[in-house]
Design a protein. Structure first.
Ligand code: NAD
Length: 490
């Protein structure tokens, strides 16, 4: 059986090239797991100073290797804009690790309170304890951020962690494994690389918590595997995130903001706007403005390092298949290729707007995860809200409007993991907001304090007071008890 684990500590040089076979060595996986589980050489409950030291090590890892990590991700994509990696992966990962260092002491502090009225003067306390060993499964689209983000939460909460990177980002995975071996001990943290077989074996290990980021389909497998061990899961999944443009909002402003959010990472973003709901009659204006925005952002596509590749041929074919299927079923595809370049040899797909779509088309069924943007129109806000609510609950929703009551309506009457009003994507960057989906787009939350809490055991403690009235409820239950219980049950 070929070995597909690349474990920290085993590779002397960070520039080691990737070689990712597709089989899993279960024995080696279990060995790494056991080392981490037994916390060899590590305190079972790291104190504030120990956690700060780990977070500081992670900050150093990021700062000292940002360029190498960006380069590795770009090699995995064929071309991933270095600037996008800096803006969308390194910067938010740094924000997360610095935010955790800044707030760690207050997060760790037990929260004291008074007991409920009938139990006074007793006191209560909520303590935060490490869970132990957290498993983190990472997708390919933002490999650095989606490994480091959950890791920050795991380390802040005092856990050890084992990370499984995606088979589609072998350079980033290899580099991270090697770096982790340099900055962390093998009893604190390990990174393994491999494909679905490794993922399957990984998810079957009895972690104390599993945080999976990836597709809804694989999320189901992960949850099933975790159920065997009663391992709690946080599932950060995907789905079709709508953008609704309100009737009062300038269409051209909405168009350029939506195009910006859609074209970053060539649309391969879990919270990228998937489709747009436009007020009836505004389609042409939207198309004109979207065309102009693409032309400004990416005057060239083919050799433009700012415009990211599709990750691999399979995904490029999947996206081309959506367009073919939509065309065959009556849709109109408006490709925006500002310089009219031939993209056939470069695994880049030009941004495309797709009109006259319906739910019978694959582009309206699957998460698109690429630079294709279907446009639908609505006659009333009721209709737009109804469309969203008749489809699986999305990870993100975008609403463009300055009319307070209609914003309130959309916020109240739709359900989504998170919402950004008058922009796209930005709710994910707020460390004081929880990030996570709902239903098929995910389960549980992390980021900032929410990640710390998710990956801590929140232990409830009741301190009985010296003076207390519980004796009044001791058996034998006589008249006094009956009088009291009548009072309680009033
Ligand atoms: P994926 O589900 O195919 O793979 C994710 C990870 O799971 C990979 O490491 C893969 O090797 C592993 N895996 C595959 N089969 C497995 C199995 N049976 N058991 C355990 N692990 C297994 O997802 P992807 O293609 O890498 O990423 C794209 C998807 O991720 C999109 O749906 C996107 O919306 C979603 N995503 C969500 C978020 C979020 O924060 N909610 C962020 C990024 C991506």
């Amino acid at each position: 059986m070929a070995l597909d684990l690349k474990v920290n500590g085993q590779r002397p040089a960070v520039e080691a090239g990737p070689a990712i076979p597709s089989e899993v060595d279960m024995a080696q996986l279990e060995r790494i797991f056991r080392t981490l589980k037994s916390a060899t050489g590590e305190p079972a409950v790291p104190d504030h100073a120990a956690r700060q030291a780990r977070l500081k090590a992670l900050e150093h890892l990021l700062l000292e290797n940002a360029a190498a990590l960006s380069e590795a991700v770009s090699r995995d994509f064929g071309n991933r804009s270095i600037h996008e990696t800096q803006l969308l992966e390194v910067f938010p990962a740094l924000q997360a690790v610095r935010g955790a260092q800044k707030h760690l002491r207050s997060w760790m502090k037990p929260r004291r309170g008074w007991a409920s009225m009938w139990f006074l003067p007793a006191r209560t306390q909520l303590r935060f304890q490490p869970l132990g060993l957290v498993g983190i499964i990472v997708p390919w689209n933002y490999p650095v951020l989606l490994a480091i983000g959950p890791l920050v939460a795991a380390l802040a909460a005092g856990n050890r962690a084992m990370i499984k990177m995606s088979e589609l980002t072998p350079h980033a995975g290899e580099l991270l494994a090697a770096l982790v071996g340099r900055y962390f001990s093998s009893g604190q943290l390990a990174v393994v690389n491999g494909g679905p077989a490794t993922g399957k074996a990984f998810a079957s290990l009895p972690f104390d918590h599993l945080l999976f980021t990836g597709s809804t389909a694989v999320g189901r497998h992960v949850m099933r595997a975790a159920a065997e061990n009663l391992t709690p899961v946080t599932l950060e999944l995907g789905g079709k995130s709508p953008a609704i443009v309100g009737t009062d909002f300038p269409i051209s402003v909405a168009a350029e903001r939506i195009i910006f959010g859609k074209c970053l990472n060539a649309g391969q973003t879990c919270i990228a706007p998937d489709y747009v709901l436009l007020p009836k009659g505004s389609e042409t204006q939207f198309i004109t403005a979207a065309r102009a925005a693409v032309g400004r952002f990416y005057p060239l596509l083919r050799d433009n390092p700012d415009y990211t590749n599709i990750i691999d041929d399979r995904h490029a074919q999947r996206l081309a298949g959506y367009l073919q299927d939509a065309r065959a079923k009556g849709a109109v595809v408006i490709e925006i290729n500002p310089a009219g370049e031939d993209l056939s040899a470069c695994r880049k797909i030009a941004p495309a707007l797709v009109t006259r779509v319906n739910d019978g088309m694959r582009i309206m069924q699957d998460e698109i995860f690429g630079p294709l943007l279907p446009l639908l129109s609505y006659e009333s806000l009721d209709e737009a809200i109804g469309y969203v609510n008749n489809h699986p609950r999305p990870l993100a929703l975008y609403y463009f409007s300055n009319a307070g009551p209609s914003v309130e309506r959309v916020l109240n009457e739709t359900t989504a993991g998170g919402v950004t009003v008058n922009e796209t994507l930005l709710h994910i960057s707020q460390e004081n907001l929880p990030f996570g989906g709902v239903g098929p787009s995910g389960m549980g939350h992390y980021h900032g304090r929410f990640g710390f809490e998710t990956l801590s055991k929140q232990k409830a403690v009741f301190y009985q007071s010296r003076l207390n009235g519980l004796k009044l409820f001791w058996p034998p239950f006589g008249k006094r008890f009956e009088g009291l219980i009548r009072l309680l049950l009033r």
